[in-house]
Each structure stands twice: as structure tokens, then as C-alpha cells.
Design a protein around this ligand. Structure first.
Ligand SMILES: CC(=O)N[C@H]1[C@@H](OP(=O)(O)OP(=O)(O)OC[C@H]2O[C@@H](n3ccc(=O)[nH]c3=O)[C@H](O)[C@@H]2O)O[C@H](CO)[C@@H](O)[C@@H]1O
Ligand SMILES: C=C(OP(=O)(O)O)C(=O)O
Length: 419
């Protein structure tokens, strides 16, 4: 079993390069199926979720070829519409194959996707949208069969702006007959990236980044070369680590426009922030100010994926902070581990009160999800003594070279195998 051994007390300072966005790369990799051609994707992060997605694409008959952060997917050889239970369970993003396969072959056989234990994650909104486009859906013994003799454009109203459901609907509608309008869409930058990629393949989609998206279906798409946007969640994680440890950091290849709510909260804690071209600079104050209200919500609100790193950072603030999680009901689970390190956090329902007490104590802890896990690394960086963190496979689902990058920023962290 692999674990991180962290010796706290070092500031996170220096420069690092932000990688491509996990949550853009995964749906875009899935949607290469729609092109029926060769797509060259650059800035793909080298994370285990990407490896899982490439494995699925290969098993479907596509050919993937990876060279560093560039992945070429040739989907001409697609030969099946079925994904095994085991592969579906490897990650949440396996669900993106649903819209892509349906759009390309008119059928898909999947099961419930896996992913982190951060709350119940139904796919009813995905299935609702696909049904509106003309798919029939049958579910027996965990197998979900979707088929459509013809997908037709439709008017689709989401009851909640689900990121994944918006993306699956865009994919299925891209090659449907006629005009689709998606209402109450999620507005995350990763959705705009999916739109831009599909448009580069010949699709006709507009409105991503707003509540209403229009898709004019195209009979066939073609291949393209495309660069994935920088990861705003990875950016926010390194900024939180620097702020929490009293450091000074410059992120290269970042996109500050995607981080407005995040930078705003860091400014409220007293951090000095500078933005120049694709660089974001942060200098932490001597002591962070608490946040009286940090509430997660769909973009452009504060992202749920950064709730745990920020909550962890707030254990160092001077006073009491209040955090409210509105997206996933189990996203405070990691606070149990933080409490073992001496953090004073009270959780009631979807609200957490964080008492900024300063010093945490290193100890043996367990990551149970991706962002909670990254937060426990930040806790280890702030703590006195040694922290041993297990369950790091969750972290490696979404952060490329996490321990190396932190070491480059001054952290004393090493990865060990076994025991
Ligand atoms: C690969 C990817 O992009 N993952 C992100 C995506 O996940 P994901 O696409 O799964 O998140 P959604 O936006 O769909 O989920 C948000 C909320 O809607 C609910 N819901 C969703 C779909 C559905 O059919 N029915 C339903 O009730 C979920 O339970 C949750 O409470 O957006 C989340 C919210 O920003 C992020 O935390 C994830 O990092
Ligand atoms: C919850 C996350 O990812 P996924 O949707 O892939 O589980 C995340 O990136 O924090």
C-alpha cells in the first residue's frame, strides 16, 4: 500500500506549473468517440482517472497513443457499445461514455459509475436528458441499456445545473437531428472547454458558460488538435497550501478568470494576490483572517471541490470560520481525520464551524476521497512532526505528480510503497 510521509513546518513557496484540468480532460477524452476520427489532445494531466479513461477507450476499440501530456485518440475502430461493470466502477467520469456512445452508435450499455464517496451521486438528470433526445432506457440488475433509433433535438430543462448531465446532453445532442436547447445548465469552464473541443471537431454549439446552451446537430464530426484548459481546482489547492503554510507562490500556466470566487476568498483571508498573463501570485499574511461565510455552489460560486482544502487552511486562521457545503452531503468526512490532528471543527448537517487554533499535530491518517485527501496533505504540511497518510490512490486520481510538485515548493514529503 502506498502512503505519503510528511514532515510539517515548511512553507510552500516558489513556482509551479498548473496541469491540464481533470474535469475537462475526462469528458473531452470520452467525446473523441463522436469524431469517428483522430483527435490530438494536449495538456492532458497524467493522473489515474485519465489512465482509466484511456483503458476504456482502448477496450471499446479506439486506439490511444500517449506521449507525455499529449494523447492521440483514433476512434475509427470503435467496435462495441458496452463498458464492463468493473471499468464503470473505476471512476465517476466513466458516465461520459454514455452520451458519447449514444451519439456515435445509437446505443450504450453501461452501469452506475464509481468515484469518490462524497455523497449520493445519482444519474437521473443524465438519463432524463437522453430520454428527451429520444433514447429508450432499460435498467436491469445494475445494467443500464440506452438505445435510440434516432436522436432528435429537444428542449431540455434541468431541475439542477448538473455538470455531468449538461456534458452528457451536449455530447448526445452534437450529432442528433435538429436543434437542442438546454436550459438551467451548469456553467463551469470545463463545459465551455467541451463545447470548444466539439466545435473544433465540426459541431455547432453555443452558449456554454451561460445557463442556456444551443446545439445544432451535425450528421458527422471530424478530428482536430485541441489543448485542454488549466486546472482551476489544482490551482486552488496549491494556493491554499501556500496560504496555509505562510508561503509565497507563483502559479504558471494558470487561468485566473476561472478562479474569481477562489481568489476573492483568499483576499478576504488577508493574502496578497497578483495576476499577470497566465501567472497567479500569492503571498500569505503573517496570520490568516477567518472567513465568516464560505458557501459552495455551482459555478461561478465557490467550488465544492475546493471546500476541503480551504476548510483545512482555515484551521490556521485567527478566529472562527463558517463553511457551508451545498453540493455533496458527505464532503465533510475528511474533518474526522483533521480532528485526530487536533483541529477544532464542529459539523452540523451541511455546516462546519472551524476554530482557528494554529498548530496541528502530525499523526497516522487515512484519505477517503480525492479532495479530502489533498486537504490532509495540506494539514500534514502545517502540522508539527510527522504525518503518515494512507489512501493516496484517491489523490492520484486527480493530481499529477502531487508529492514531487510539493517537494519542488519546499515540502518535506515522500511517497513510500508498502507497510
Ligand atoms: C468529472 C467532473 O467533472 N466532476 C465534477 C462534477 O461532478 P458531477 O458531474 O458528478 O456533479 P454534478 O454537478 O452532476 O452534481 C451536483 C449535484 O447534483 C446532483 N445530481 C447530479 C446528477 C444527477 O443526475 N442527479 C443529481 O441529483 C448530485 O448528487 C450533486 O448533489 O461536478 C461536481 C460539482 O461541481 C464536482 O464536484 C466534480 O468534481
Ligand atoms: C469529485 C471529484 O471528481 P469526480 O467527479 O471525478 O469524482 C473531484 O474532482 O473533486
Amino acid at each position: 500500500m502506498e502512503s505519503y510521509h510528511i514532515r510539517g513546518g515548511h512553507k510552500i513557496s516558489g513556482e509551479c506549473c498548473v496541469k491540464g484540468a481533470k474535469n475537462a480532460a475526462l469528458p473531452i477524452l470520452a467525446s473523441t468517440i463522436l469524431s469517428g476520427a483522430e483527435c490530438q489532445l494536449s495538456n492532458i494531466p497524467e493522473i489515474t482517472d485519465v489512465c482509466s479513461m484511456k483503458k476504456i477507450l482502448d477496450e471499446l476499440g479506439c486506439k490511444t497513443d500517449t506521449s507525455g501530456e499529449t494523447v492521440i485518440v483514433d476512434s475509427r475502430g470503435l467496435m462495441t457499445d458496452t463498458i464492463s461493470l468493473e471499468r464503470m466502477r473505476e471512476m465517476r467520469s466513466s458516465v461520459f461514455l454514455l452520451g458519447a456512445l449514444l451519439g456515435r452508435c445509437g446505443s450504450a450499455v453501461i452501469s452506475q459509475p464509481g468515484g469518490c464517496n462524497i455523497g449520493s451521486r445519482p444519474i437521473d438528470l443524465h438519463l432524463y436528458a437522453l430520454k428527451k433526445l429520444g433514447a429508450e432506457i432499460f435498467e436491469t440488475e445494475g445494467v443500464i441499456l440506452c438505445k435510440a433509433s434516432k436522436l432528435r433535438g429537444a428542449d431540455i430543462h434541468f431541475s439542477f445545473p448538473s455538470v455531468g448531465a449538461t456534458e452528457n446532453a451536449i455530447m448526445a445532442a452534437a450529432t442528433a437531428e435538429g436543434h437542442t436547447v438546454l436550459h438551467n445548465c451548469a456553467m463551469e469552464p470545463e463545459i465551455t472547454d467541451l463545447q470548444d473541443f466539439l466545435n473544433a471537431c465540426g459541431a455547432q454549439i453555443s452558449g456554454a458558460g451561460t445557463k442556456t446552451i444551443h446545439i445544432w446537430g451535425r450528421q458527422a464530426l471530424h478530428g482536430c488538435s485541441y489543448r485542454i484548459i488549466p486546472d482551476r481546482i489544482e490551482s486552488g489547492t496549491y494556493l491554499a497550501a501556500a496560504a496555509a503554510t505562510g508561503g509565497q507562490i507563483t502559479l504558471q500556466h494558470a487561468q485566473a478568470a476561472h478562479l474569481e470566487s477562489i481568489l476573492q476568498k483568499l483576499i478576504e483571508t488577508g493574502c496578497e494576490i497578483g495576476v499577470k498573463e497566465d501567472k497567479i501570485y500569492l503571498k500569505a499574511p503573517k496570520r490568516l483572517k477567518p472567513l465568516s461565510r464560505l458557501v459552495t455552489g455551482p459555478y461561478p460560486a465557490f467550488p465544492t471541490d475546493l471546500q476541503s482544502p480551504f476548510l483545512t487552511m482555515l484551521t490556521q486562521a485567527e478566529g472562527k470560520s463558517a463553511v457551508e457545503e451545498t453540493i455533496f452531503e458527505n464532503r465533510f468526512a475528511f474533518t474526522e481525520e483533521l480532528r485526530k490532528m487536533g483541529a477544532q471543527i464542529t459539523v452540523e448537517g451541511n455546516r462546519a464551524a472551524v476554530e482557528g487554533i494554529g498548530g496541528l499535530q502530525g499523526c497516522h491518517i487515512q484519505a477517503t476521497d480525492l479532495r479530502g485527501g489533498a486537504s490532509l496533505v495540506i494539514a500534514g504540511l502545517m502540522a508539527q512532526g510527522e504525518t503518515i497518510l494512507e489512501g493516496i490512490e484517491h489523490i492520484e486520481r486527480g493530481y499529477a505528480d502531487f508529492s514531487q510538485t510539493l517537494r519542488g515548493l519546499g515540502a518535506d514529503i515522500r511517497k513510500t510503497h508498502g507497510g
